[in-house]
Design a binder for this molecule. Sequence first.
Ligand SMILES: Cc1cc2nc3c(=O)[nH]c(=O)nc-3n(C[C@H](O)[C@H](O)[C@H](O)COP(=O)(O)OP(=O)(O)OC[C@H]3O[C@@H](n4cnc5c(N)ncnc54)[C@H](O)[C@@H]3O)c2cc1C
Length: 454
Amino acid sequence: MIYDLVVIGGGSAGYSAAKLAASYKKNVCIIEKGPFGGLCILRGCMPSKTLLWSARIAELIRNAKEFGIHVDQNIKIDAKHIVERKNKIIKGFADYRLDSVKKNKHIDLIYGKASFIFKNKVQAGGKVIEGENFLISTGSKISIPNIPGLKEAGYLTSDEALELKKFPKSLIVLGGGPVTLELAYYFFNLGVEVIIIQRSDHVMSDNDEDLAEVIEESFRKEGIKVYTGTFLKKVSKVGNIKAVEFEHGKKNVNVKAEEILVGLGRIPDFDGLNLQRTGMKLDGKGIPILNEYLQTSVKNIYVAGDASKILEVVNVAVEQGRVAAENMFGKKEKLDYHKFPAAVFTHPEVAWIGVTEKEVKEKNMNAETAKLPYEDLGKAMCLGETEGFIKMIMDKKSKRILGVAIVGHLASDIIHEAVPLLYNKNTIYDLAKMQHIHPTFGEIYSYLVEDCCD
Ligand SMILES: Cc1cc2nc3c(=O)[nH]c(=O)nc-3n(C[C@H](O)[C@H](O)[C@H](O)COP(=O)(O)OP(=O)(O)OC[C@H]3O[C@@H](n4cnc5c(N)ncnc54)[C@H](O)[C@@H]3O)c2cc1C
């Protein structure tokens, strides 16, 4: 049989493409090297968010005194229970996805590691599979930097960190991106001493500095050591203790801990795919060059999700999967990545959508920013959640809202009000007419408008 679509990698992007194509009654084959479920469900979004909630509860208990609740502070952390609870929940998500694929009569699932034979043929699981169209949705893999001594000393990645049923007493976290910040927050609030070492001048280096500063300050206030603007020199191990040496300012600093967590990024995973057999054009790093329709230079092969290296978040993967499939079957859809919200689930949380102030500067855009601190918000005061701010980036002339960023309590939820604002090309004057419940965190949008509009 020649499939209408062969999806390589059954994660969020692949699953989304397969479902769309199946809804058009196309014959689809998903090839998955296993286990089935994808990063988000098995080792990403969902496990980390499940674990983080345990950390948040521990944090709330520690701070309960402020609210007149006196709790025995000898909190016992049952890491085994926390991880087992996570595993149970994750299994439910993975089973549900597998079940929905199995039930779909337009989708075949083949287990095996796919490798291209030609542009319309792959082999996997001892079979040769032919297709009219292919989607490469193989996701990403952890990238381990070449730091002297790191390999010999040993380290954890996010994969192992999510499974730890016995925590180290202390942990050095290399990297200050969303995944490492969340894991730093997790371990710290469950009793582990945490030291973060970040190369750039701020954590979350892709984002605006003022957001990062709130997180750095909050982490430091709680007791996490955060070093930024560093250069890693070497790692060593003596007995059970691991040490990391790095430059900070103009000084050499040495920090020690029982364990090291490496979170210095992920790269697209094309291992064993033999992309060169398709004849497609690759960039200098071996990543397929895509047009705006997510299509490679070989017109029947598309790429979606982390493998595209465009934006490594799951809502992007899902939408790219759908759009790639639409484009294969006749449409010409493009994605505007400014319309995708994203978040970091620490506490306080960080969330953003659209244009950043960094981008405004880089592109010399005619834009202005309005900002309002959480401490001006009534509900934030009631709950003692006054860390952070909201900021809105607007076109100077028309006052059209171009971007919103929030750092603070519930940021990942209240950012959603900004999604339709950007989607519908609303101005700050439109927002001024919109109602909010009092008192809520979402009301911060009204406060901001009141503050910045005549
Ligand atoms: C710890 C962590 C936390 C995260 N938290 C969030 C979050 O809160 N929110 C968010 O939006 N994003 C989060 N992410 C990112 C998010 O998980 C990814 O962006 C998303 O899951 C990528 O989906 P994908 O479909 O591109 O890849 P994947 O889900 O990784 O799917 C790729 C699939 O391809 C398979 N595969 C690979 N090679 C082959 C081959 N040759 N043959 C057959 N099969 C193959 C793999 O087994 C895998 O199942 C997190 C990531 C991590 C690591």
